[in-house]
Design a protein around this ligand. Structure first.
Ligand code: ATP
Length: 323
C-alpha cells in the first residue's frame, strides 16, 4: 500500500485533530502518501481532498473541532454516492481510508467496505455510544465542559435555593448525562434508557428540599422522554410539588467546541497511530478502539450491530449518592 486518506465525519469531537495529526505523521513514517479529505463523506464524493504532510498538522493537537471539517452527507447513504466516492479515491491512487467518527460514520465506513474498499475506523464521538471502544475520542472533554457548567450552576442554585435542570447532549444514549450527573453530584438524572416520569423527578427534588439541601441539580439527556423543557412544562401544568423555584439551562453545542483535554489528545494520538499500523499491515474493515487500557480492533459489521449499554454500577449508585 502506497497511499491512504483520512477523513473526519459526523459530529466534531475534541481530539479529532490529535487523531488526524497521528495518522499523518505515522503514515509518513511508514512511507505512505497521506491524503486529507475535507468535509467528511461529502468531500469524498466531490473529490475534495489533497496530499498532506507532517507540517500541515503542526499546532493542531491542542485545537477542538477538526481541521479537515466534517459533514452529515445524505448522498453517501446511497449506493451511487458511495460508488462515486470509491471512483474518486481509486482515481487518485488512494488504496485505503481511515474514518474518524461515531456510529453513523462507521455505518458509512462499513457500507464502503461492503463494496470492496478497504477502511479502518477510529472511534470518535462525544456520545461514547460506539460499540468496540470503552471510551471514544471527545467524550472526556465534553464531560469536563458539562461538569464545569454544573459546578457553576450549583453555586447560583444554592445562592437562591433553586432547582436547576441542566440538559446535555445525548439523543439515544445517556452516557454523558449519567457520568456528569454522578460526577457533578446531581440530585436526579434523567436518561433516554430509563423511562422517568415528571412525578418521579419532582419527588426527588421535593425530597432534597425537605432534607434541607440549598439546591437541587437535575441532569437531563436531550433524548429522554421528558427533556428539560418537557419537565418544566409538566411541573407547571400538573402543579407538581418540588419546593424550590426552578430554572433550566440547555448546554447544547457548547459541549462540542472546547480544546481537548489531555486524555482526549492522548486517545486521539493512540488510536490515530494504531489505525495507520492496521492499514499498513493489511488489516481492513475494522474499528480501532480501546478496551481496558489496550488498543483493540473490532470488525465493522460487529461495531454497527453491537450496542453499548450504560455502566450498571453508575446507574445503581446515582440515586444513593444523591442523598
Ligand atoms: P456523532 O454521533 O458524534 O454525531 P456520527 O458519526 O454518528 O457522529 P452521523 O451524522 O450519524 O454522525 O453520521 C455521519 C455520516 O455518516 C452521515 O451524514 C452519512 O454521510 C454517513 N452515514 C450514516 N449512516 C449511514 C448509512 N447507513 N450508510 C452510509 N452512510 C451513512
Amino acid at each position: 500500500m502506497k497511499s491512504i486518506a483520512v477523513l473526519t465525519s459526523g459530529g466534531d469531537a475534541p481530539g479529532m485533530n490529535a487523531a488526524v495529526r497521528a495518522v499523518v505523521r505515522t503514515g509518513v513514517a511508514h512511507g505512505l502518501n497521506v491524503w486529507g479529505v475535507y468535509q467528511g463523506y461529502s468531500g469524498l464524493i466531490e473529490g475534495n481532498f489533497k496530499r498532506i504532510g507532517t507540517r500541515d498538522v503542526g499546532s493542531i493537537i491542542q485545537r477542538g473541532g477538526t481541521i479537515l471539517g466534517s459533514a452529515r452527507c445524505a448522498e453517501f447513504q446511497t449506493e451511487e454516492g458511495r460508488e462515486l466516492a470509491i471512483r474518486r479515491l481509486r482515481g487518485a491512487g488512494i488504496e485505503g481510508l481511515i474514518v474518524i467518527g461515531g456510529n453513523g460514520s462507521q455505518t458509512g465506513s462499513h457500507a464502503l467496505s461492503q463494496m470492496g474498499y478497504p477502511v479502518v475506523g477510529v472511534a470518535s464521538t462525544i456520545d461514547n455510544d460506539l460499540f468496540g471502544s470503552d471510551v471514544t475520542i471527545g467524550v472526556d472533554t465534553a464531560l469536563n465542559v458539562a461538569l464545569n457548567a454544573i459546578d457553576n450552576l450549583k453555586v447560583t442554585a444554592s445562592s437562591h435555593r433553586r432547582a436547576l435542570l441542566v440538559e446535555v447532549m445525548g439523543r439515544q444514549c445517556g452516557y454523558l448525562a449519567l457520568m456528569c450527573g454522578v460526577a457533578g453530584g446531581a440530585e436526579a438524572i434523567v436518561l433516554p434508557e430509563v423511562e422517568t416520569s415528571p412525578e418521579q423527578v419532582a419527588e426527588k427534588i421535593q425530597n432534597a428540599y425537605e432534607r434541607g439541601k440549598p439546591h437541587a441539580i437535575v441532569v437531563v439527556a436531550e433524548g429522554a422522554k421528558f427533556n428539560a423543557e418537557g419537565l418544566c412544562k409538566a411541573f407547571q401544568k400538573k402543579r407538581l410539588l418540588i419546593g424550590y423555584e426552578f430554572r433550566s439551562t440547555v448546554l447544547g453545542y457548547v459541549l462540542r467546541g472546547a480544546a481537548p483535554t489531555c486524555a482526549d489528545r492522548l486517545l486521539g494520538t493512540r488510536l490515530g497511530c494504531a489505525a495507520v499500523e492496521q492499514i499498513a499491515a493489511g488489516n481492513k474493515n475494522v474499528l480501532v478502539g480501546m478496551s481496558h487500557g489496550e488498543v483493540i480492533t473490532t470488525p465493522l459489521d460487529e461495531v454497527i450491530r453491537g450496542r453499548k449499554p450504560l455502566d450498571p454500577w453508575y446507574l445503581s449508585v446515582a440515586d444513593l449518592l444523591a442523598h
